[in-house]
Design a protein around this ligand. Structure first.
Ligand SMILES: [Zn+2]
Length: 238
């Protein structure tokens, strides 16, 4: 079974040299399109390989199935997951699945045999609201900022392993902040400036390789990144 997904992550149109959904082909043969790398280049290689093999009269020993699935970027629950639980899938008696890899910048095709799993972490700090002119301990913003600083240091330690050539991209725990949510909205100026808000939240996209010690990562989240003694809570989804 040759699997690929057809969904893509969102695009900010105005940051693109070419429109992200027009699949612009430049004179060097580069295609500019959202998802052209992740992962339509792979899906098309599957089809092209099948087309050429058929052209050469190649007869595989077993059936080859080509699967295009939706919603991989948001967990695959309505696509690959439902399909993998279906009678249809069972009936195919699949022996091996090739799924996602990275686009290769040169002529070499690299094989990957493991995939990191996404942990989408949201941490939340709560605290007493306070006047913006006073210095308090334990405000929601302060506690969230402490966590962000700790998470940033962990992120840097993982990134340093890649930069030093000790580990490949897929072998470290990657963490990127996806959102920050805090502040008291004001109808006139956007946010109230002289108030320390009572809640602050941040979201992170974490990717965990199969070799990672997941228990220690869970402990790290509970004890260092969102400790209840700092009035913090967290949730993880994937
Ligand atoms: Zn992908």
């Amino acid at each position: 079974m040759l699997y690929s997904h057809t969904d893509v992550v969102p695009a900010e149109h105005d940051k693109w040299v070419h429109h992200p959904f027009e699949a612009h082909l430049d004179s060097d043969g580069r295609i500019y399109a959202r998802g052209s790398q992740d992962m339509k280049c792979v899906g098309l290689q599957y089809l092209e390989a099948v087309r050429r093999l058929k052209g050469w009269g190649f007869q595989p020993k077993r059936n080859v199935y080509v699967l295009f699935a939706p919603d991989e970027e948001i967990g695959g629950h309505d696509g690959a997951e439902k399909f993998s639980l279906s009678e249809v899938f069972r009936g195919l008696n699949v022996g091996i699945v090739l799924d996602e890899g990275l686009a290769s910048p040169d002529e070499h095709y690299r094989a990957f045999y493991a995939e990191r799993s996404p942990w989408w972490l949201v941490i939340k700090a709560v605290g007493a609201p306070g006047h913006g002119s006073k210095l308090y301990d334990n405000s929601a913003m302060e506690n969230l900022l402490k966590s962000i600083e700790i998470i940033r240091r962990y992120r840097a330690s993982q990134f340093d392993l890649i930069k030093a050539g000790l580990k490949a991209d897929g072998d470290v725990v990657s963490i990127n902040m996806a959102f920050l949510k805090a502040g008291t909205p004001s109808p006139t100026t956007g946010y109230v400036m002289n108030l320390q808000p009572s809640e602050a939240e941040a979201g992170f996209d974490i990717r965990v390789p199969p070799t990672a010690d997941t228990e220690s990562l869970e402990r790290r989240i509970a004890e260092e990144w969102a400790p209840s003694w700092r009035n913090m809570s967290f949730r993880v989804s994937n």
